[in-house]
Design a binder for this molecule. Structure first.
Ligand code: 9MR
Length: 325
């Protein structure tokens, strides 16, 4: 068994430490399962709960990978974070603009209702809508906006709430963790939704970072949302390094991981700190950013990197809450 300090045993009891989980790797890799169950107390399906995975052809749901992940989480004391109900990407090709607005709205309602109902009581929070904003803070031009108009966002929250009234409902995006125009737009959007009584409870900040670029004023930015009565969460943190990996780059990476944790712990409503995968052996980065890699806490041999010990040290020094389990 591994011999490093388990992150989950060091977290304050009111903040979860999570990671994206690749459902197919979970099924086949015992070492992956061991580290997941030991270091983390929350899990997000990296892909298994996306529409294209759950309903690749009309009317036929494929629940297996997602069900297995939820079962693993239950057996190992991990809280499940659901990702994601409404997105413009990873939608099956049969969900297209050839449907009428009314039909497409009904397909979306059915999808949200079916998925949330299946896991009612088993998922503590859902990313209800994902990446609905453009860089300038306006609504992103997607199939949903074009066909259904801007109300699709409020509708999705209402449908999700009806299907599981106890689930915490989040809006999730990238490029919003620091103070950016997009973050300002997000604040405007969630304030409007709250003012109209839409059941939205939290804001997820993905935080896909690069080793040599730090987001600006993360804690202050998160606090703006907390001040409006919303929970906040770091939902998809990783820190990609330009190859080759050097000790200096690993040290910068460790610093960024630590700064993001500190920002979360500094905001009273930050409920979870989630990484987008925990091992360099299984990360989306090399496929999407050629020339970059090594973005996770563990290397491809599942050895903890400097970033892991930086988090351990930071948590041992943190006095903001009692240790959890
Ligand atoms: O890591 C995910 C990758 O395996 C998938 O191919 C991709 C498309 O579904 O999505 C990746 O995860 C994304 C997440 O769902 C939303 N935020 C950005 C993440 C990285 O692209």
């Amino acid at each position: 068994m591994p011999d490093w300090p388990a992150l989950r045993s060091l977290m304050p009891s009111n903040v979860r430490i999570g990671t994206a989980v690749d459902g197919r790797v979970l099924a086949t890799d015992a070492r992956y399962r061991a580290v997941l169950g030991r270091d983390f107390n929350a899990a997000t399906a990296e892909n298994a709960m996306k529409w294209s995975q759950l309903q690749p052809t009309p009317g036929t749901y494929v629940w297996q990978v997602s069900d297995d992940l939820v079962a693993f989480a239950e057996e190992n004391g991990l809280a499940m974070y659901g990702h994601t109900l409404v997105w413009h990407s990873s939608v099956p090709s049969w969900v297209s603009e050839s449907w009428s607005a009314e039909e497409l709205g009904e397909l979306l309602r059915q999808h949200v209702t079916a998925v949330v109902s299946r896991y009612r009581g088993k998922i503590w929070a859902w990313d209800v809508v994902n990446e609905v904003l453009d860089e300038d803070g306006s609504l992103r031009d997607t199939i949903w906006l074009r066909k259904l108009g801007p109300d699709y966002i409020a509708d999705a929250f209402r449908w999700a709430h009806a299907a599981d009234p106890d689930a915490r409902l989040f809006i999730n995006d990238y490029g919003t963790e620091g103070r950016t125009r997009k973050a300002d737009g997000l604040l405007r959007l969630v304030s409007k939704l709250r003012a109209s009584g839409v059941p939205i409870h939290g804001v997820g900040f993905q935080s896909h970072l690069q080793w040599d670029k730090a987001p600006v004023e993360v804690a202050g930015n998160l606090r703006r949302f907390a001040d409006r009565g919303l929970s906040v969460a770091i939902t998809e943190l990783d820190v990609r390094i330009q190859l080759p990996v050097t000790p200096e780059r690993l040290a910068r990476q460790a610093m960024l991981y630590e700064q993001m944790l500190a920002a979360c712990l500094a905001v009273s409503t930050c409920e979870s700190f989630t990484l987008w995968g925990f091992t360099d052996a299984r990360s989306w980065i090399p496929y999407n950013y050629p020339g970059y890699g090594a973005a996770c806490l563990f290397d491809s041999e599942m050895k903890p990197k400097l970033a892991h010990s930086a988090l351990v040290d930071a948590l041992r020094e943190d006095r903001t809450g009692a240790p959890g389990g």
